[in-house]
Design a protein around this ligand. Structure first.
Ligand code: ZN
Length: 152
């Protein structure tokens, strides 16, 4: 039995140029929505179900979130951001006032910890928004199922 035979009930799929070029997604909107903890697609549903755990899907539009692969990028970005804020302040205070080391540690360590933890979720949301807008990983609905399905 040949399963590839077209029956009159199966519609014929006609290729059109619009199928090859999917609609563009707004990168900055998606990153801003993700930064606010909202779905990058609709901006309404919640992106996170816990501090850094993404929800399974958007409660408003049904967008799936598990395809994201943020991995360690949000942590690296937070290190860069916080480092560029805290280190120049430390250097400026040290060169101008040179307070006791214990006083500096008592100020800089909590500031670094609190700012890192408060930036981690927004930055991860922005990274997920970026991946969604660029159709990276599983966010491209027209992509083949997986690389292993492709002929060699
Ligand atoms: Zn949504």
């Amino acid at each position: 039995m040949n399963s590839a035979v077209r029956t009159p009930e199966t519609p014929m799929k006609v290729w059109t140029p619009s199928m090859a070029t999917p609609a563009k997604r707004n990168l900055w909107n998606a990153m801003l929505r993700g930064c606010r903890g909202r779905c990058p697609n609709c901006g309404e549903g919640k992106l996170f179900r816990a501090y850094l755990k993404t929800a399974d899907c958007c409660s408003h539009c049904g967008q799936d979130f598990p395809p994201h692969r943020a991995d360690d990028l949000p942590a690296y970005l937070v290190i860069v951001i916080v480092g560029h804020i805290v280190v120049p302040i430390m250097l400026w205070v040290e060169t101008n006032y040179s307070p006791a080391i214990i006083l500096q540690l008592a100020i800089y360590l909590p500031i670094t910890l609190v700012s890192s933890l408060s930036l981690l979720q927004p930055v991860k949301g922005a990274v997920v928004g970026l991946q969604w807008a660029l159709r990276m990983h599983g966010f491209d609905e027209n992509e083949a199922e997986s690389a292993s399905d492709r002929p060699a």
